[in-house]
Design a protein around this ligand. Structure first.
Ligand SMILES: C[S@@+](CC[C@H](N)C(=O)[O-])C[C@H]1O[C@@H](n2cnc3c(N)ncnc32)[C@H](O)[C@@H]1O
Length: 250
């Protein structure tokens, strides 16, 4: 499997996928890219460059591309600057156009795709919204996930009850962060619990698909999948697309 985590310097999602691949002895190719270097030092599979160019330069048959595009001009929290008739509104319009192009581009270049961005003004809606408190962090930052050919992400560790007991400053920790050179970076870093859930759940999805595709290449694979379907082990509709009624590969 060829996986690209684009627009990430933290390495949170890249390392979570690497951990998943190593644990399951999968030897997947996992890359990250950003205009900036990786925060975790020299990483040979972190490409410094524009995501559009990296996708084409590496010239892979991509299985999954995940993007974390900049959200400053898109997020509703920036309406005071980027809203209609506000000083930076033209930047918002450019960001909408660029991010729409990015999403269409990664869908065209990969079998599966994910885009992550906080609640914003993109004209096409995400498949779901998630919150850090659903993934073990008692904080809120409502974030959209746009999904291409993938099921929704499932909450792994809902700590909303703990979150509810906290003062607002703690609940919105990232929002209240004091000014510093790296404030934007700290604020935009992917939550570990979310990165881990993405790698574990979509890694498992890809792993299952890979096993199925390996099986289908064997002469007896189609027949076995057909039999498993009849015993209700696999989804019949999906298997029908792949094998004929005699169990031969189409
Ligand atoms: C909102 S931050 C995402 C940070 C990410 N969640 C993480 O944990 O590192 C957006 C990132 O996109 C990068 N970026 C902006 N334009 C880019 C481009 N054309 N190609 C690659 N990366 C880009 C920025 O440098 C920034 O690191």
């Amino acid at each position: 499997m060829n996986i690209l985590i684009a627009m990430e310097t933290s390495g949170v999602t890249r390392k979570a996928f690497e951990e998943y691949s190593n644990r399951n002895k999968l030897s997947w190719n996992i890359y990250s890219c950003d205009l900036l270097p990786a925060d975790d030092g020299f990483v040979p599979n972190h490409m410094m460059g524009d995501a559009f160019q990296v996708v084409e330069y590496l010239n892979k048959k991509w299985d999954l591309i995940l993007v974390h595009p900049p959200c400053t001009a898109l997020a509703v929290s920036g309406n005071a600057w980027y809203g209609k008739n506000m000083p930076k509104h033209s930047e918002r319009l450019k960001a909408i156009e660029w991010t729409t192009k990015l999403w269409n581009f990664i869908k065209d270049h990969s079998r599966f795709a994910i885009m992550e961005n906080p609640v914003g003004v993109l004209p096409f809606k995400p498949a779901q919204y998630i919150q850090p408190y659903e993934f073990g962090h008692p904080e809120s930052k409502k974030t959209g996930l746009w999904l291409h050919n993938l099921p929704k992400l499932i909450a792994t560790d809902n700590v909303k009850d703990v979150y509810d007991t906290l003062p607002r400053k703690e609940q919105m920790k990232m929002h209240y962060l004091s000014p510093s050179k790296n404030r934007w970076k700290i604020r935009s870093k992917t939550y570990q619990g979310i990165g881990d859930a993405i790698a574990e759940q979509y890694g498992t999805y890809l792993f299952a698909l890979q096993r199925k595709e390996q099986l289908m290449k064997r002469s007896w694979g189609g027949a076995m999948l057909w039999a498993a379907t009849k015993d209700n082990i696999l989804d019949e509709k999906e298997i029908r697309k792949l094998v004929t009624s005699t169990g031969e590969l189409k």
